[in-house]
Write a protein that binds this ligand. Sequence first.
Ligand code: NAD
Length: 357
Amino acid sequence: MNTFKITLLRGDGIGPEIVAQAIKVLDKAGKRFDFTPQYTEALMGGCAIDETGVPLPQETIDKCLASDAVLLGAVGGWKWDNLPGNLRPEAGLLGIRGALKLFANLRPAKIYGPLKGACPLRPDIIGDSMDIMVVRELTGGIYFGKRGRETVDGVEAAYDTEYYTTTEVERIARVAFESARKRGGKLCNVDKANVLESSRLWRETVLRVAADYPDVQLSHLYIDNAAMQLVRNPKQFDVILASNIFGDILSDEASQVAGSIGMLASASLGNGKLGLYEPIHGSAPDIAGKNIANPLATILSVSMMLRYSFDEIAAADTIEAAVEKVLENGLRTPDIYTDGCKKIGTVEMGDAVTAAL
Ligand code: NAD
């Protein structure tokens, strides 16, 4: 029987509540599919500041590096909002991604049939369903390029540099092609190769990598057109590949198209199998401790963990099917509640998915 070492970063606000539900689901999946999750607790965010004075203690980094996967709830809250930037809970997020060398961010944006009403687009635009995966480069590009301020002829100016090496592009392109291969076999590369030199290098590199994936159907869109197509005809997309800044924008747009923030999971991956899995939402301090947070994004993050870090594909599929079944049965946390459904709490939703497994 396989044993998987998982570091839990429960974090702040609703973090501990939603992670507790995901653990229940993972434990049940382990029993059913014959693997053992082994948990280690570590501190990150506001709770780490309270205990140790910093948002990301070295001990947390060491524990994460020694594990097979990391599950993060969410960090942050009003209590720590006035601290300087590098000491705020959110500094832990950038720090842990860097420390674990996680360069690929995978964000599925999926509309579940029973939640179609939450999609802001017209029903004829989304059709029966929408299921997109945005693969975003996470550690390069303009967010990490040369930046500065200068005064030119008495006028203040500032610059940030979009900079990519072929090595950086190739490794994220491979993640996107592999993802497309496991899904619908279609990859849309997004860039601005009509204007930017960095985008031309990006596209040349993607085309070179494509030679190793003849089974994947590759297309290209400029970022402005991609942003438009995402609301005009989202069904055309399977996997979208984009740089750090373009992926940042498109993944948020795609998540809005998908509807509720409480439903969306994410994975951050590096070269090996170690990954960081987390819901895309924050710590929601406004609803913390009330047993009303939606735990499904975190439960779906666990399903991504099984798929990408542990190769437990059947278990991952079964968790996703269990979530769908619970929704089909009309069970809803308040954020996704509509008339005619049954409103339940965080713990009850965790129990319902566990029971449906
Ligand atoms: P948020 O995502 O926490 O909340 C936005 C809104 O969505 C709130 O009304 C909240 O109640 C609701 N919401 C979020 N998750 C929900 C869930 N699972 N179920 C039901 N409703 C949910 O964003 P925010 O309010 O801008 O930020 C709150 C704190 O979280 C801040 O300190 C912010 O810096 C931090 N944050 C952390 C992360 C992270 O840990 N990855 C991400 C974003 C924001």
